[in-house]
Design a protein around this ligand. Structure first.
Ligand code: NAP
Length: 270
């Protein structure tokens, strides 16, 4: 794996709007999160920016990611869209700017938007750049366009029910770091008896077991929560060490169960 400066646990903000996202980010920062994951399409960059500004946490301690939506992938639109994100987030520079989804139907070529994203980095709009929801074929094209060393992470859905091994193998072969999104399978891991059983044996929560399972494979994780107690306990997953037997048992839960699969946007998955 390549060296990365992406903090291992981040705070997701998908679906969270208005005061709910402000409270979640404020409580997350108070609990010790320093990595915040948003996106242009979430419609909450301004609220995330407000919560960060109000928190008093120094900018240098924060790690902020946003993602470029599919309507801004053309070379002439990508950089202006990131400038707009920076304005809403009240930042001079992003820590990480990602392509949210490959262009549907490859209407915009990978080389075009990866080139524009690399140019955004060159201009100082983002410290690091990366991709999200890329198939192996898309990631290959991105590597061809800008080089694997430029791709700080690929953010994809990974949890015990969708272990995404093909994507993982290719990323590893290129030394590209992975970020696991929906690491709790949007709450479904809490109902899985095997995970509940492992959690009991470690005196941990099922959410902590799912997060530790990702962290031990070297992924960053970005769980979301609106509950201060869950925010705190999810962050404490850093201290949980699963045994090789636990890891092997969770490996058997893979069932290709994909949650984020939007019609007309999702690519032909591997
Ligand atoms: N790149 C992409 O295309 C993409 C797609 C999807 C998501 N993401 C990113 O990944 C982040 C995480 O995904 P997600 O928010 O969809 O799902 P998730 O983090 O897997 O699950 C969040 C759900 O789990 C619950 N939860 C959290 N901690 C818990 C705990 N300790 N015990 C019990 N329940 C708990 C939350 O409820 P409470 O609020 O009640 O705690 C919420 O309903 C997103 O917010 C977003 O930033 C990226």
């Amino acid at each position: 794996m390549s060296h990365t400066t992406i903090p291992a646990i981040g705070l997701g903000t998908f679906r969270l709007q208005g005061q709910i996202v402000i409270d979640s980010v404020r409580n997350g920062l108070a609990a010790g999160y320093r990595h915040i994951d948003t996106a242009q399409i979430y419609g909450n960059e301004a609220e995330v920016g407000q919560a960060m500004a109000d928190s008093g946490v120094p900018r240098g301690e924060l790690f902020v990611t946003t993602k470029v939506w599919i309507d801004s992938l053309e070379a002439g639109k990508l950089i202006p869209s990131l400038k707009e994100s920076l304005r809403k987030l009240r930042l001079q520079q992003l820590d990480l700017a990602l392509i949210h989804w490959p262009s549907p139907g490859d209407a915009v070529p990978v080389a075009e938007y990866m080139g524009a994203l690399a140019e955004a980095k060159e201009q100082g709009l983002a410290r690091q750049i990366g991709v999200s929801n890329f198939t192996v074929a898309h990631l290959r094209q991105a590597v061809d366009a800008v080089g694997a060393a430029q791709i700080a992470t690929q953010q994809i859905e990974i949890h015990p029910f969708l272990q995404n091994r093909k994507a993982l193998e290719y990323a590893r072969s290129q030394g590209i770091h992975l970020t696991a999104y929906m690491p709790l399978a949007y709450g479904k891991v809490m109902q899985e008896p095997l995970i509940v059983d492992i959690a009991r044996r470690h005196n941990a929560t099922p959410a902590q077991v799912a997060l530790a399972w990702s962290l031990q494979q070297g992924f960053a994780v970005i769980p979301s929560s609106t509950s201060p107690a869950n925010l705190k306990s999810n962050l404490a997953a850093r201290g949980l060490v699963l045994t090789a037997e636990d890891m092997a048992a969770i490996a058997t839960l893979d069932r290709n169960e994909r949650i984020a699969n939007p019609d007309g946007i999702a690519p032909q998955w591997d």
